[in-house]
Design a protein around this ligand. Structure first.
Ligand code: IPM
Ligand code: MN
Length: 356
């Protein structure tokens, strides 16, 4: 018998638990096949518990999570809770407290998945966005005064330090090397023509580290606004993109739609030296809760990323291959919730069957 990994499961809100269940189903199949075991502990953090206890996520939970090898998340967010409370109180608290400083978002068009870029093929859309996940505007530095008056003033400051930029840059360069695509290119996305201070910091980190340690990797730079156009016009240009937190948030939603939408897009919140968390990129879609109509492919692909993070590369690849094989059957009519021609559980069964 191989290793046992302890997994903290956070189903969260809305359809989160349903898609996560399918992710678990498929990764368990891969674990059986490759001779390791996954031990799960369920946590019920989310809107319901918050409304009951008035606490989103106690500090003690963070300590609990640390006893696990990895975390697997469904979705957070509910219409009965004011926007920001669960997002900051659960998701961002986990990311910050566990220093999950990399947000990894592979952008890949699978076969039989419709993209708005009609003439693009799976080989044209296959890149990875490394979003810095611990700094920038998300740190919340700033404040407001004279709120509610005519002179109300608010600031929210983009904050970065050299070490925070460098550790992200190193991860991005290493991944570019490991990915070993023909392009071998790391594109820095920023807005250095306007954000001269933060932009300059990122530009120098990118250039100096690349010139020093990664001479085999091509260096490239795009402004963030131009990037949104290139994603649509020429996605095949990209290999790996590295960018700061808010720009990364925005461009990965666009990236998600060109790969077929939130039904397929998965991501990881990674602490390369610690505990990481994997999640489908879609939200909790409360109106679909319990209807068996949400696409679990994103959660299954998050499961694949999770297995890779545990070092089970073969199992991770088997899950991704199973997703491709399931899509190749042509049984899914669409990637969109309710229009798939199959239920959430049935898609999970189909993919799990392909892992076997
Ligand atoms: C994401 C989400 C989060 C973010 C929200 C829910 C806080 O949009 O993971 O991309 O902005 O990072
Ligand atoms: Mn986002």
């Amino acid at each position: 018998m191989g290793k046992t990994y302890n997994v903290a499961l956070l189903g969260g809100d809305g359809t989160g638990p349903e898609v996560l269940a399918e992710g678990v189903k498929v990764v368990n199949e891969a674990a059986n096949k490759y001779g390791f075991k996954l031990n799960y502990v369920n946590y019920d953090f989310g809107a319901e518990r918050y409304l009951r206890t008035k606490e989103a996520l106690p500090d003690s939970a963070i300590e609990e999570f640390k006893k696990h090898d990895v975390m697997f998340l469904g979705a957070i967010g509910h219409p009965d809770v004011k926007p920001g409370i669960l997002e900051l109180g659960i998701l961002l608290k986990i990311r910050f407290k566990l220093d999950q400083y990399i947000n990894l978002r592979p952008v890949k068009l699978f076969p039989n998945v419709e993209t708005p870029l009609k003439d693009k093929k799976p080989e044209d859309i296959d890149f990875v966005v490394i979003r810095e996940n611990s700094g920038g505007i998300y740190t919340g530095i700033g404040g407001a005064s004279m709120v509610g008056t005519q002179h109300e003033t608010a600031t929210q400051v983009m904050t970065y330090t050299r070490p925070i930029v460098d550790r992200c840059m190193k991860y991005a360069y290493d991944l570019t090397r490991k990915r070993n695509s023909k392009k071998k290119m790391l594109t820095l996305v920023h807005k250095c023509n306007v954000l001269t201070h933060c932009g300059d910091l990122w530009v120098r980190s990118h250039k100096e580290m690349g010139d020093r340690d990664y001479k085999d990797i091509k260096q490239d730079y795009n402004h963030v606004d131009a990037t949104t156009m290139w994603f649509v016009k020429q996605p095949e240009f990209y290999d790996v993109i590295v960018t700061e937190n808010l720009f990364g948030d925005i461009i990965t939603d666009l990236a998600a739609i060109i790969q077929g939408g939130l039904g397929v897009a998965a991501g990881g919140n990674i602490n390369p030296e610690g505990l990481s968390m994997f999640e489908p990129m879609g939200g909790s879609a409360p109106k679909y809760t319990g209807k068996n109509v949400i696409n679990p492919i994103a959660a299954i692909m998050a499961g694949s990323l999770m297995l890779g993070n545990l070092g089970e590369e073969k199992a991770a690849k088997a899950v991704e291959d199973a997703v491709v094989a399931a899509l190749q059957t042509g049984q899914l009519k669409s990637m969109a919730a309710g229009r798939m021609g199959m239920g959430t559980r049935e898609i999970g069964d189909l993919v799990a069957g392909k892992v076997k």
